[in-house]
Each structure stands twice: as structure tokens, then as C-alpha cells.
Design a protein around this ligand. Sequence first.
Ligand code: F0G
Length: 392
Amino acid sequence: MGSEDNNLKGNRNFQQRKWQGIIHEYGDFISVEGEKINIEPVTLLEGNTPLIESVCLAKELRDMGFSGKIYFKYEGLNPTSSFKDRGMTVAITRAKQIGAHATICASTGNTSASAAAYSARANLPVFVVVPEKNVATGKIIQAVAHGARIIRVKGNFDDALSLVRKISDDFGLFIVNSINPWRIEGQKTAAFEVCDTLGFAPDYHFLPVGNAGNIYAYWLGYKQYKALGKINETPKMFGFQAEGAAPIVRGHPVENPETIASAIRIGNPANWKKAELAVKESDGLIDMVSDEEIISVYRFMGEKEGIFCELAPCAGIAGFIKMVKNKKIKMKDTVVVCTITGHGLKDPEATMNLIKTKQFFVEPKFSEIKKVIEEEIKKSKEKDLEMEQHKF
Ligand code: F0G
């Protein structure tokens, strides 16, 4: 033992505040019809995700006349790498509380990954019902890792959800989709965290919209914090669907939804009316963006902001950019939060298909590696000039 260790010992009384998950942190504000969580939480210490200030997007948008602060709520840093863990800790704890014997969900992938992890932790069997196609590999891998029974439906998410609604009634399975109010109760804690971090609510909150539970959950959170006197104003809620899967924008269900952002490939959202209520009450909007716009943001976020998102959250950010371009939001001294709902590692195929790979295969020789590096440095100087001119 050196003297450095002795110094460390002297510091051991120092008390760092321990994060113990969202039920521990916000349980007093979580209830459904007057009932509360009253057992030890099933938790993987979800929540407490960073609110990262934008550097590069802020710079790009300044050139379009937007000034203020842009923050990314990076929900990809939850235990299963998506925002679903907030709702899942509450839903699975509730399942335990009422003595459920198994859980079930329909999913485009992230809900199933989260349900699988939290059900494993609670020692509950879990059935995840997912479309046969268009589910990102990482999400399936997670369900496999956590020992879920995976049922692949030869149809889309909407088919899967309607089957799950029926079968859960027949077999008394505890459904952990966002039609379960306990899920929404957990998810609203992200809004609490945004306010606790900033000390106030943002002017605008941008989100991708799929089954439409999350935008409603955030709105509930902001409204509750205002009622509690913790914030003075609530933000305007802006949700974005992908053009090929935009039932709310179009005003009717879409039978064969299509988008590269498979997480939000949904044609008949279960929380449709609730999402509409959230945007109406907050004076916000639900609109849509193209797959091209989503992909452009996907590349930008990874290559410029250093934040690896999956494609779905890029719809929300693309929507924000669109609003700035069309000057549809307040352009001066504006505080904006965009939620990054899931981590890019979920969908490795998307990355390999959409981002130009810069891999060089060389012999183990000094001359070869030198040649590559020299050429790349030369090219990157030219490319920097190109990037300066990059515009959305
Ligand atoms: N972003 C990601 C990464 C998602 O996985 C989802 C939904 C959304 C956004 C949309 O959120 O449904 O509350 O409007 N994923 C669900 C799932 C449908 O099954 O994993 P929403």
C-alpha cells in the first residue's frame, strides 16, 4: 500500500449522492387512480440520463437565424439503451405488486428489449411479439440475451399489438405496452429530469412519434411539475412521424406503414388521441419528415455532434430543423430539448448501410500505414472546407 492509498482512505467519509432509479427518485409523483408503487422496485437504475448541449447543430441553425440553447436528452444511455426502461421499471414492479405470473408486449424492438431485461430481473416469464421483418438486430439480440420467448408475426407492429391485446385478456398476461398507464407514469419522469437539470422547462420539446405514448408521457410530466410549482411554464410539444408512417398527420390509419426508422414504423398508434391532446393543450404540433431528412440528421449526429442515435429520434431533430427553416418557432433566446430515444448501436445494419465506412486494410508495414494517414490528412483538409458549407 503506497501513500496514495492512505490519502484515499482519508476521503472515505465523502458522501456521493447515489442514484437508485426513477421509482426511488420520483415515486411520490407516480400513481394510477390513486394507487402507488408500494414494493421494492424492480430496477436497473434507469434514468438520470445526460442533457447534452448541442455544439454543431446550434452552429448550423445560428446561420438560419436561430439563437438560444439546444439540448439532447440522451435516453440511449438507459440500461437497455432506450427510454423504454423508465416505463418498464414501473410496469414490471407493478406486475410484481399485483402478483402477475407472466408479461407480454408487442414491439418494434425497444419495448421488447426492455421488457425482456426487467422481466428477467423480476424472475417473470416474458413473451415479446414483434414483426417478422424490420426489427433492428440489436433489439432482437437483447430479447435473446434476457431469455424472452420471441414470437415473430408475419405482419407489422399494428398486427402484433392487436393480437397482444386479445391474448393478454384471455390468458391473464400482464401487458407492458404503453397502453398500460404505469408505463406512461414511468416515462413522464424524463420531463422531471429535464426541469431538474435546467431549473426551468424548455420553450419547446421535440420527439419522434410512433405509438404516441412518449409525447403524452412527457406532457403529463411537465403539467404535473407545473401543478407542483416546480416550473412556471410548460413547453410546446412537437412530435414528428415519418412520412410513410404518419397516420396522425394524415388523419387516418396507414395500412402498410413504411420508413427506414423501424422503431416508429406504426400505422395505427394506440395513444393517438392522447398525443393529440398533448399537442393541443401545449400549443404544439404533430407533423412529419421524410426518410431523407431522418438520414441526413442521423449522419450529422454521429459525425458532427458525436452522439450515436438510432434513426427514430432523428425524426424529432429533423422536425426541429424544419421548424427553424420555416421560421415556425420562436427564433431568439429559445431553449429547445430534443429527446434521443434510443442508442445507435441497436441497429448496426443501418450504420453500415448509411454511413460511408472509412476502413483501410493494410499489411503490417510502416510504409503502408504512413501512406494511408498522409492521404487521409490531405483529404480531410479538403473535406473540412466542404463541411463548412454543409446545410440541412
Ligand atoms: N423512438 C424509439 C427509439 C422507439 O423505440 C419508439 C417506440 C419511439 C421513438 C416512439 O415512441 O411509441 O411512445 O411514440 N418504440 C416502440 C417499441 C413502439 O415497440 O419499441 P412512442
